[in-house]
Ligand binder design. Structure first.
Ligand code: ACO
Length: 339
């Protein structure tokens, strides 16, 4: 038995299985050069400090639920599952179309679902890792068969476009993963590997709100507000917190960093994800990086990166993926899944 096979079989897990994936990026692309025409910034500064070259921006009439629905439709098509078979839709978002209803309920309607239920998860940039964890936990104990987990955000609507320290960092988009409940009766994959969610570790610390928050809110001042951030402090916490969540997740799964085939981090800053990879001693060839063209798409960033790496053939069936994210709250977490 090869080393890889040994690690794949090391832990038996019975988490939600992965069936399909999808993504959506708005048509409009805003480059660093475009921003430099309006702000005191440069392509060189943004690239050097963040690794971002361009970002997609939603059209004026494009809502978070529109982007989420496009990603969801692609995930359903890739799994050859109809929306009529779905039991649950969970959308991770911080930028809902409206204060209520949830984006998930809107996605349900747009998909033509007359059955099931949906709800949103709000954990800012960590939202997708949180939502996958919630879906997995519900599917391990519940009766739902198919759950769609979407990460979708339109952060361009809560940016101060005159604040060069924040507005250059973010973009819009959506990504989705379709999950199927684990079944005791199911046959294992041919090579003896079960795909799906293995373990995760979630954290938050509300005392750190002043580092990253919006200056508005429904019950605060009846507005959505704009993002305020102490970039340097967020950076410092990100490397330490994410590394800690990863170590806790690996420990739960009885795995080591050597078992990881692909590191799919939240795309906040190339320097953060490289620093975390260095701590884990993960070679750069194993990191999925989309920040150059996507920037930070908040809850959409991890599923967008997964989608890209699967679509271009890097991530293959049976590969072990390590996901991580940190966002406003502060919230952070990590998750291991077998593709
Ligand atoms: N162009 C040019 N100069 C700029 C820009 C810009 N876009 N933005 C800031 N500067 C200037 C500052 O004004 C400052 O100038 P000064 O020295 O004259 O005062 C100088 O650059 C250095 O500013 P710093 O903030 O110290 O720069 P730093 O090296 O820390 O980089 C950055 C800033 C890129 C924001 C970095 O701190 C970072 O990535 N932090 C983490 C952000 C993050 O990960 N967020 C994730 C969560 S997002 C969410 O949850 C929604």
């Amino acid at each position: 038995m090869t080393e890889k096979k040994k690690s794949r079989n090391a832990v038996s897990h019975n988490g939600a299985r992965v069936l399909g994936h999808g993504a959506y990026l708005p048509k409009k692309i805003l480059t660093n050069a475009d921003l430099a025409k309006k702000l005191d910034t440069s392509d060189e500064w943004i690239m050097q400090r963040t690794g971002i070259k361009s970002r997609h921006i939603a059209a004026d009439n494009e809502r978070t639920s529109d982007m989420a629905t496009r990603a969801a439709e692609e995930a359903l098509a890739s799994a050859k599952i109809s929306a009529k078979e779905l039991d649950c839709v969970i959308v991770a978002t911080t930028t809902p179309d409206r204060t209520f209803p949830s984006v998930a309920a809107q996605v349900q309607a747009k998909l033509g679902m007359e059955q099931g239920y949906g709800f949103d998860v709000q954990a800012v940039c960590s939202g997708f890792v949180y939502a996958l964890t919630v879906a997995d936990a519900m599917m391990r104990v519940g009766s739902d068969r198919f759950t769609l987990v979407v990460g979708a955000d339109t952060l361009s609507r809560i940016l101060d476009w005159e604040d060069r320290a924040t507005c250059v960092l973010f973009g819009d988009g959506a990504g989705a993963i379709l999950l199927r409940a684990p079944s005791e009766k199911e046959e294992e994959e041919k090579d003896g590997v079960k795909n799906g969610i293995i373990a995760s570790s979630l954290h938050s610390d509300g005392r750190l709100m002043p580092l990253l928050y919006t200056d508005g809110g429904v019950s605060f001042n009846k507005s959505a507000g704009v993002i305020k951030m102490q970039g340097r402090e967020v950076f410092r916490h990100a490397v330490v917190n994410i590394s800690d969540a990863i170590n806790k997740t690996l420990e739960k799964a009885e795995m080591t960093a050597e078992d990881i085939d692909w590191f799919v981090p939240h795309q906040a800053n190339a320097r953060i994800l490289n620093a975390v990879a260095d701590r884990l001693r993960l070679p750069s060839e194993k990191i999925v990086v989309t920040i150059e063209k996507h920037a930070n798409t908040s809850a959409a960033s991890v599923p967008l990166a997964i989608h890209e790496a699967v679509a271009d053939g890097r991530v293959k069936k049976g590969d072990l993926l390590l996901l991580e994210a940190m966002g406003g709250g502060l919230t952070w977490g990590a998750l291991l899944m077998r593709w």
